[in-house]
Write a protein that binds this ligand. Structure first.
Ligand code: HPA
Length: 261
């Protein structure tokens, strides 16, 4: 089954007909909220708002372990994470989507692994390619099917937040090779890898990163809000397209169904 983690602006899933909500208890504490089970384009999905349904959990306080554990415990096999970013790459301006293929992690102090001292041999998980390529390709197909502009790959710089960056920090991230900057990509992606979920992200650019483009003198919250509202509306079709693909044991998509791809 497909799990959808909604970021800023995506506290509800447009077009989802909800069957039930479920509070999941995890060994790592409370997820950001109850999981919402429902039907999108005729296919079952589970939705979770990363920042809470009231959008009140800042990026550094999200319980990433509980969120990922809860989805896994509900037999989710594939996860798409929707995450807003500031654009660094010259072609990744506001309104553009990207399906990143790499991550640089600048976060700190977050619970970043399920591995705990339990007397077992320490093992180190491969993370050379941090996203599941199968899921990345599905995301790209869903975006293209919806006619959305998107970059097919890019380096996601995960920063601590909740503040935005300085101009010099963005220059440094650009020198490091980052194409976009966001606050929630890690440790979420790594935890998904550790637990065995096929995970990819759709990055939604809502502003030029600090010091670039129309953010040369600062980043206006109104600009972010407006771009976010517009992108969220367009994500409706993209996510429906994703839901319409088959995941594991589910029945394949019926031809002539409600999907746009
Ligand atoms: N920086 C970090 N995170 C973000 C930004 C940004 O400019 N825009 C949206 N999320």
């Amino acid at each position: 089954m497909l799990g959808i983690i909604g970021g800023s602006g995506l506290t509800k899933l447009p077009g989802l007909s909800i069957t039930h909500r479920q509070v999941i208890r995890t060994p790592y504490g409370e997820p950001s909220g109850p999981l919402t089970f429902g039907d999108l384009g005729g296919h079952p999905v589970v939705f979770l708002a990363r920042h809470g349904y009231g959008h009140n959990i800042p990026p550094h306080l999200v319980n990433y372990r509980a969120n990922i554990w809860a989805l896994h415990a509900q037999k989710v096999s594939h996860v798409v994470s929707v995450a807003t970013v500031g654009g660094i790459h010259p072609e990744l301006g506001p309104g553009c989507f990207c399906v990143p293929d790499q991550i640089i992690d600048y976060t700190h102090g977050r619970e970043c692994t399920f591995a705990e001292y339990n007397g077992k041999q320490v093992s180190h998980q491969d993370f050379t390619w941090p996203y599941c390529e199968d899921m990345r390709q599905r995301c790209l197909q869903a975006l293209r099917g919806a006619g959305e502009p998107c970059l097919g790959a890019g380096v996601y710089a995960a920063v601590q937040g909740p503040r935005l960056e300085t101009r010099a920090e963005i220059e440094r991230l650009a020198r490091d090779g980052a194409d976009m900057v966001g606050m929630t990509g890690m440790p979420e992606a790594y935890l998904a890898r550790e637990i065995g979920l096929c995970y990819a992200a759709i990055a939604v650019c809502v502003n030029w990163a600090a010091g670039r483009g129309d953010s040369a003198e600062g980043i206006s919250p109104e600009v972010i809000e407006a771009n976010l509202a517009h992108a969220t509306e367009r994500l409706r079709t993209v996510l429906k397209n994703l839901a319409c693909m088959s995941y594991g044991a589910e029945a394949p998509v019926a031809p002539g169904g409600v999907c746009d791809i």
